[in-house]
Structures are given as C-alpha cells and as structure tokens.
Design a protein around this ligand. Sequence first.
Ligand code: KG4
Ligand code: ZN
Length: 340
Amino acid sequence: MTLPAMRILGIETSCDESAAAVVEDGTLVSSIVLSQADHSEFGGVVPEIASRCHIRAIVPVVESCLKRSGAGLEAIDAVAVTLGPGLIGSLIVGVAFAKGLCLSRDKPLVGVDHIESHIAAVGLEHPEVDEPMVCLVVSGGHTHLFRVEQGSSLELLGCTRDDAAGEAYDKVARMLGLPYPGGPEVEREAESGDPKAIDFPRPVKLKAYEFSFSGLKTAVRYFIERHQGEISPGLRADIAASFQEAVTDVLVDKTIGAAKQAGVRYVSAVGGVASNFYLRKKLTRAVEARGLTILLPSPELCTDNAAIVAMSGLLQFRAGRTSGLDASPYSTRSYGDPRS
Ligand code: KG4
Ligand code: ZN
C-alpha cells in the first residue's frame, strides 16, 4: 500500500537558531537556519536575547522557507514544532507561533522532542535502514547514548553526569580566548596542534556508559593557569588538540562499548558535536574496524535545524500522534533510567 504524500512544516527555536524547513515524505524540500550572532560577545547564549531574536526572526524565516518550498501553507499537512528540551523563553516563541498557524489555517500540530529530532536526522538521510542502532546524541546540552528502534521509545543506555561534550568545547574555547560557539573554533585551532602533546585526564570510575567532562575542563583550566603568560599560538593549538583528543577518545570508546553490548549492526552520532570532523573520522574508523556500519548525518543536519524537526514530526504524524493546542514547552526532560 502506498501512503499518500505528506508535507510537514518544521519549526525550531529551542536555543539560538531560528529555523524552518519543509519535508515531504522523507525528502527535504527547503530549509532555513538563522543563527543568532548576537551572543558571541557574551561567550555563550543569553536566554533573554535569544527569545527576542526569535520573535524578530520567526515570521521571515518561515515565510522564506515556504517560498523556497515552491508551495504555500495550503500544501502543508501538519506543523511540527520543538516542544523541548531547550531554553524555555525561546521554545515559547516557536510553539506559540506554530499554534497560531495551526489555529488560523486549521492544520494539525505535532509537538516534537529535540533529542528525538536530532536522531531523526539519521532516517532523513538513511531511510533504507530499519534495524535497531546505537546512537550517540552529543550536543551543547546532551551527551546521551541510546538504543534506538523504529517505532518504539528511546532506550537510554547512559548519559553525562555533569557537562555535555559541547558545553565542554564551549568552555575550553572561552578559556583559550576563542569566540562562541566554541566547538568549531576549537576544532579549527586543533588542526595545527599535537593531540598527544598534553595528557589530559579521561574520567575513570564511571558506570559503563556514563560520561563526565567537568574533570577534563578543570584540568584544561589548571594547565592554562600554570602556563599563564607563556601560551604561544603553538601551545594554544596543542591544548585544543589534546583536549579534543581526550573528549573524542571517551565518546568513541563508550559508543563502541554500547554497540557491542546492544548487539546492533548500526552506530550513529547526531547533535552539534557530531559535525566535528575529527570525531566523525575517529568514530567511523572504530566502528568499521569492528565490522559495524556507521550512519552519520551530514554536518548541517547535526547542528540545530528544522529539517530534523519536520522529519520527526512526519514520523509522529504518520503514527497518528498529534498534539493539542494546549501542548506546553518544557526546558528539561529525563529520558529514563540507564540500565547500567
Ligand atoms: O545540537 P546543537 O546545535 O545545539 C544543541 O542542541 O545544543 O549543538 C551545539 C553544540 C555547541 O556546544 C557547539 O559548540 C557544538 O555543538 N559544536 C561543535 C562543533 N560544531 C558545533 N563541537 C565540536 N566541534 C564542532 N565542529
Ligand atoms: Zn540540538
């Protein structure tokens, strides 16, 4: 039986990207991501500024996305929007806008979870894979390992006890005097550094799939303080490369361990940090060395965008799951108790 074509408008405002996208069936039709530049001078996202930027951006972003899609709102079957987790003030802007659109045009609303959207990036680019996989969600707010099976809820295998990996990248960037967002800056800086120059600590005594990055962050801080006044461009690159080596060692080791235990053939990584080429290469090498298959969404689908929101919305809509106009945004969510 062929299903009727379905066109979903996705809206994303969970942090500092105002984004809209149209996905028809499993294909991306148009996507716009407006990254807020207003935070860079503060070294991190300022929630109040983010909300105000979303208010200014939401109408033009959605309008140009629909225009680029070649058809207007009338061709849209449902509107998907990120409900959370994220910055509550930012989420409220997207959710209120999506509700208004649905109410005025009599369209169904599909509230989606931000982490589920990140994972939907894999399905958007690899629709042929319908087997269970282990997925590392690694972003500014999350470092979570899940066993993912189509049509069932996420099974949390482990997560970070403290900082997320992206947060650690952002903080180390700040210590090195690099602008926000720090991840891409540290990656660039690390290109000319020696990853073996400084032996930053990898966390020990953690449960199987737990992560912790606060000790590493502190070790980088102490190293920088000890070498105050003598940080040459070469040493700065070595710090960035050695920090990146430590983070990616941990991410790769834990993901491989989880894949072995879960007995899956497919391994994926999603979220902003998964756009990091050093991590992508290292994880791909490790996964393939074990005879498994890596599924990495394109870098632009790893960082926050609305294509993944529309895709996640499409999966829910197809499964008959829509939201009422009373759906509320949420800033945090627990994804269950890890088994280990
Ligand atoms: O998924 P995302 O866009 O937003 C959240 O859901 O948090 O992830 C943003 C995070 C930031 O911490 C950013 O510094 C990090 O992902 N990031 C990177 C890279 N690009 C973005 N971290 C390391 N290397 C990158 N190339
Ligand atoms: Zn995200």
